[in-house]
Ligand binder design. Structure first.
Ligand SMILES: Nc1ncnc2c1ncn2[C@@H]1O[C@H](COP(=O)(O)OP(=O)(O)OP(=O)(O)O)[C@@H](O)[C@H]1O
Ligand SMILES: [Mg+2]
Length: 259
């Protein structure tokens, strides 16, 4: 049985059709796949921060996180987005258990970049035992990307990096579900969709600012997992019917990361 780690982007959550969740449930019921969801929630966090009049800034697609911002991040991700996905999976005929990465030492994290981004962490260990226990009860794990350090401090983890860390710890396939059908390049002002992307091309496109914003941590963490034993990594559009199940079936969808 194969693990399929599914990163559900906050960008696309409101538009994901029920058939997407049915795909996830069917993969699990087929007994060929063990799906694990890690989610983001960027737009929902930004919207609540705006309402609360708390300023938010990004650096290379990563949210700079003050203690005040972290409280909102946690409230939105663990309190709202996570439970919404659990609810959708049940509506799709499945069973899911939502958990924060700070619970049960699920995502052990360290402060990133010497604290230059504030309370932003990177995962250095995943409690795979806990993930397995959740799956053993026939529940689909739904993980919100909050980490915890060895002293018990919570840290904001970029959802893409959290998903990549879980995939590296478990192996299997990794699928970034976003609001766009993969990565594009640009030639003479025209968008060209990339079927495949390697590290060198990705860094060139980042330098030229053709890959920007949230796509920067996504492609970097996606490519990073390949050298760490993840079998296949793709970025695809969750709004496209059957995109996830087609990827699992070995069909060509979205942009595939290559070494
Ligand atoms: N070269 C590029 N190719 C494709 N998308 C790009 C590119 N450069 C920037 N993007 C942007 O990256 C966005 C996806 O990243 P974003 O972080 O916004 O979404 P997400 O990761 O799915 O959601 P969340 O961060 O909330 O989990 C796309 O909507 C697109 O606008
Ligand atoms: Mg993102």
């Amino acid at each position: 049985m194969n693990y399929i780690i599914i990163k559900c982007g906050g960008s696309v959550l409101e538009e994901l059709p029920l058939t997407f969740y049915q795909d996830v449930v069917n993969l699990q019921k087929s007994r060929k796949w063990k799906p694990i969801i890690v989610h983001g929630g960027g737009p929902f966090i930004s919207s609540l921060l705006h309402k609360l009049q708390i300023e938010t800034k990004f650096h290379d697609g990563m949210r700079i996180t003050s203690p005040e911002v972290l409280d909102v991040v946690e409230m939105v991700l663990t309190g709202s987005v996570n439970k919404n996905i659990v609810s959708q999976l049940k509506k799709a005929g499945g069973r899911a258990l939502g958990i924060s990465g700070a619970d049960g030492d699920l995502l052990n994290a360290k402060i990133m970049d010497n604290g230059n981004l504030g309370l932003v962490g990177e995962v250095h260990q995943v409690n795979t035992e806990l993930v397995s226990q959740i799956m053993f009860t026939d529940n689909i794990p739904v993980i919100s990307p909050i980490g915890i350090d060895e002293r018990g401090n919570r840290l904001n983890i970029n959802g893409d990096l959290a998903a990549a860390a879980v995939a590296k710890a478990l192996g299997g396939k990794l699928c970034f579900v976003s609001d766009i059908s993969g990565v594009y390049s640009e030639e003479n002002g025209k968008k060209i969709w990339k079927r495949t992307l390697n590290k060198k091309e990705a860094e060139q496109l980042i330098n030229k600012k053709i890959i920007k914003g949230g796509m920067v941590p996504k492609v970097r963490s996606a490519l990073d997992t390949l050298s760490a034993g993840v079998k296949e990594v793709v970025i695809l559009d969750g709004k496209e019917k059957s995109s996830l199940s087609n990827f699992c079936a070995g069909m060509e969808v979205g942009t595939k990361m290559v070494q």
